[in-house]
Design a binder for this molecule. Structure first.
Ligand code: TYM
Length: 337
């Protein structure tokens, strides 16, 4: 008999155009893992509205993220690909789990602290959704009894919280949820900002020169890498004293599977210009075929629709069983048939 595959859940928010950080920290690894696992890959649009979105941009980006999943190599025949808001169990489970999560835990999340600080500095109100966001993420993961959650480093704290919530629920009632593990890639787990290389590269940054988008045209990629901040040391070294260069080396490692030593050796007697040039070409080579496929998928909306329809049906079927279990354990009376 075929052995039951372990389960993976992961998602990306359509809250901005995806960056090479999203690609190297998450998507590229999903593609590698899809053979060995039973995977659920979600476009987490409910997460995206924790900050205000223009409706038409949200619609466009949701489909674009889906197209990027496919173009990067996620096979819709083998994986369940869906849009979060199409599967109502996520919101229902999130409410239940909210009642097993403490405000203190949520307000200690680094991402919440950073984002809420940013909003209060600019005088914008902070939505309760921003605080509760990791509970929705816990619902996403626990509803599928995921064993593994492949994400970038910035999400590890949310996965820890998911584990705590799951353990708490299991202890109060009886074993209900699988306790998930994070899967953080060895390289590419934290791609840094090109202008401030001590900060994480983020799709919500206000400065377009600080990130490379998956959909950036080749000439834009070349320009951004060419202008990225380095240092005056002038040696290609993998060192914390040279965060800009270290970041570019990490990008090369994640793209080409090379090592820091090999890169240092290759550029021992060469300047930054040549090194940057090669990094830019490596990125262009990786992204160009993906970009062409994305354009093709976006011209075939009907095909995308078929995929997210089928994905939502499967995701609803699987997650609804877990939701029912949660409701029963909590003590809700099942609806009369
Ligand atoms: P999001 O949309 O911010 O990012 C999507 C994925 O990209 C990774 N990532 C990075 N990796 C390396 N370097 C970077 N600079 C970088 N920036 C982003 C993130 O770690 C993430 O893996 N809460 C999640 C989405 C989510 C989710 C889930 C993930 C919702 N529910 C359930 C896993 C499981 C988020 O905001 O990711």
């Amino acid at each position: 008999m075929e052995e039951k595959k372990k389960i993976i859940f992961s998602g990306i928010q359509p809250s901005g155009n995806l960056t090479i950080g999203n690609y190297l920290g998450a998507l590229k690894n999903w593609v590698k893992l899809q053979d060995k696992y039973d995977c659920y890959f979600c476009v987490v649009d409910l997460h995206a509205i924790t900050v205000r979105q223009q409706p038409k941009d949200l619609r466009r980006r949701t489909l674009e993220v889906l197209a990027i999943y496919l173009a990067a190599g996620i096979d819709p025949e083998r994986n369940t690909i869906f849009i979060q808001s199409h599967v109502p169990t996520h919101c229902e489970a999130a409410w239940l789990l909210n009642c097993f999560t403490y405000v203190g835990e949520l307000s200690r999340m680094t991402q919440y602290k950073n984002k809420s600080q940013k909003y209060s500095d600019s005088g914008d109100p902070i939505s309760a959704g921003l605080l509760n966001y990791p509970v929705l993420m816990a619902a996403d993961i626990l509803l599928y009894n995921a064993d593994l959650v492949p994400v970038g480093k910035d999400q590890t704290q949310h996965i820890e919280l998911t584990r705590d919530i799951a353990q708490r629920f299991n202890n109060i009632y009886s074993p209900t949820f699988t306790i998930p593990e994070g899967y953080i890639p060895e390289s590419g787990a934290k791609v840094m900002d090109l202008q401030e290389p001590t900060k994480k590269m983020s799709k919500s940054s206000g400065n377009p020169n600080s990130f490379i988008l998956i959909m950036d045209p080749p000439e834009v990629i070349r320009r951004k890498i060419n202008r990225c901040v380095t240092d005056s040391i002038g040696k290609v070294k993998y060192s914390d004293d040279q965060p800009g260069i270290k970041n570019l080396i990490n990008i090369l490692i994640a793209l080409q599977g090379t090592t820091a030593e090999e890169v240092e050796k290759k550029y021992e007697n060469l300047g930054y210009a040549e090194f940057k040039n090669d990094v830019a070409e490596a990125i262009v080579q990786e992204l160009k075929p993906i970009q062409d496929k994305v354009k093709h998928y976006l011209e075939n909306k009907y095909y995308l629709e078929e995929i997210y329809k089928k994905g939502a049906e499967k995701a609803h079927y699987v997650s609804n069983k877990v939701l029912r279990k949660m409701q029963k354990k909590i003590g809700f009376i099942p609806p009369a048939r």
